[in-house]
Design a protein around this ligand. Structure first.
Ligand code: CP
Length: 304
C-alpha cells in the first residue's frame, strides 16, 4: 500500500508514468470512465480549498467512482475534539482512498502511519503540497516539453507557500535548473529547501527584484502571500502587495515565458494578464484534475 505525503515519495519514473497516463486520459477520456467503479474517495479537508478538493472529487467522478467527505474541520467531529488519527481510522472503514488537507505540518504523514488505505497529502500547513506539484509538472511538460535546462522564477511568499517547497524539491531532481527566488526578505524560501536545490547542483539566486529578473525567466511561478499563516495582521498588510505582475512588467519578459500560479490569486497577477498567451494558471487547474485521476489509479493499483 502506498501513500503520497511528499513529492519524493514518487520516483522520476513514476512521475513520467503519471504524466503519460494523464495525457492518455486527456486524449481518451471514455476509456477511463469506469476504472474506479464501486471505489470511494474521501476528501477530509480541515482547511479551506476550492481547486484541490473539487478536482479530487471531479477526478474520482470521471473515473466512475464515488466521493464522500467534509470541507471544513467545523463540519466534522474534529470540532468536538476528535483526533486526526481517530478520524482517519473511522474514514478508512468507509473509503478506499483518502485525500487530506490539514493546517498542521506533518498531519497527513502522522495519519498515514496507521491508516489501512492510501492517504494523499492535499496540503499540510506551510510545508508541502505534492499534488499541486503534479499539476505544475504536467503544465511545465505541456508548455515547455522538458524539465531540464530551465530558468524558473518563483515569486512572492516563498516562506509559507507550500506549493513552492514541493515544486523546488521536484524540479531539483532534473538537470541544469536556475532557480530565481524573488521575495521580500521576511518571506524568503526556507534554507532547507534552498539546500535541496544547491546540493543537487543547481544555481539558486535570491533577490527582491522582479522587474530586473523577469527578462531572464522561462517560467514565472507567482504565489499569494499566505494571510492565514501570519501571526500579525500588520505584517500581512505591509507585505501582501510586494509583487504584482501586470502587463507592463510582462513587456520585459521572454515571448515564450510561462506564467504559473497555484491559485487562489488575490492581487499578485493583474486580471489583464489572463488574456496574455503566456498565462498558464488556468491550464494548471485543469491539468491538476488529470494528474489526480492518474494518481488515484496508481495508488489503487488500477489500470484502464
Ligand atoms: N492550489 C490550491 O491548493 O488551491 P486550493 O487551496 O483552492 O485547493
Amino acid at each position: 500500500m502506498r501513500h503520497l505525503i511528499d513529492i519524493c515519495d514518487l520516483s522520476l519514473e513514476e512521475i513520467d508514468s503519471l504524466i503519460s497516463c494523464a495525457l492518455d486520459i486527456i486524449a481518451h477520456p471514455d476509456d477511463y470512465a469506469e476504472v474506479c467503479k464501486r471505489k470511494k474517495l474521501a476528501t477530509l479537508f480541515f482547511e479551506p480549498s476550492t481547486r484541490t478538493r473539487l478536482s479530487f472529487e471531479a477526478a474520482m467522478m470521471e473515473l466512475g467512482g464515488n466521493v464522500l467527505g467534509f470541507s471544513a474541520a467545523a463540519s466534522s467531529s474534529a470540532s468536538k475534539g476528535e483526533s486526526v488519527m481517530d478520524t482517519i481510522t473511522v474514514v478508512s472503514s468507509y473509503a478506499d482512498i483518502i485525500a487530506m488537507r490539514h493546517p498542521k505540518e506533518g498531519a497527513p504523514k502522522h495519519a498515514s502511519m496507521k491508516c489501512k488505505v492510501p492517504i494523499i497529502n492535499a496540503g499540510d500547513g506551510g510545508h508541502n503540497h505534492p499534488t499541486q506539484t503534479l499539476a505544475d509538472l504536467l503544465t511545465i511538460k505541456r508548455e515547455k516539453g522538458s524539465f531540464n535546462n530551465l530558468v524558473v522564477g518563483l515569486c512572492g511568499d516563498l516562506k509559507f507557500g507550500r506549493t513552492v517547497h514541493s515544486l523546488i524539491t521536484a524540479m531539483s531532481r532534473y538537470k541544469n535548473i536556475t532557480f530565481v527566488l524573488i521575495s521580500p526578505d521576511e518571506l524568503k524560501c526556507p534554507q532547507y529547501i534552498v539546500d535541496i536545490a544547491k546540493k543537487a547542483g543547481h544555481t539558486v539566486i535570491e533577490t527582491t527584484d522582479l522587474e530586473n529578473t523577469i527578462g531572464t525567466l522561462d517560467i514565472l511561478y507567482m504565489t499569494r502571500v499566505q494571510q492565514e499563516r501570519f501571526f500579525n495582521e500588520e505584517d500581512y498588510i505591509r507585505l501582501k502587495d510586494s509583487f504584482i505582475l501586470d502587463t507592463e512588467k510582462l513587456k520585459f519578459a521572454k515571448e515564450d515565458l510561462t506564467v504559473m500560479h497555484p491559485l487562489p490569486r488575490v492581487n499578485e497577477i493583474s486580471v489583464k494578464v489572463d488574456d496574455d498567451p503566456r498565462a498558464a494558471y488556468f491550464k494548471q487547474v485543469e491539468n491538476g484534475k488529470y494528474m489526480r485521476m492518474a494518481l488515484i489509479m496508481m495508488l489503487l493499483g488500477l489500470k484502464k
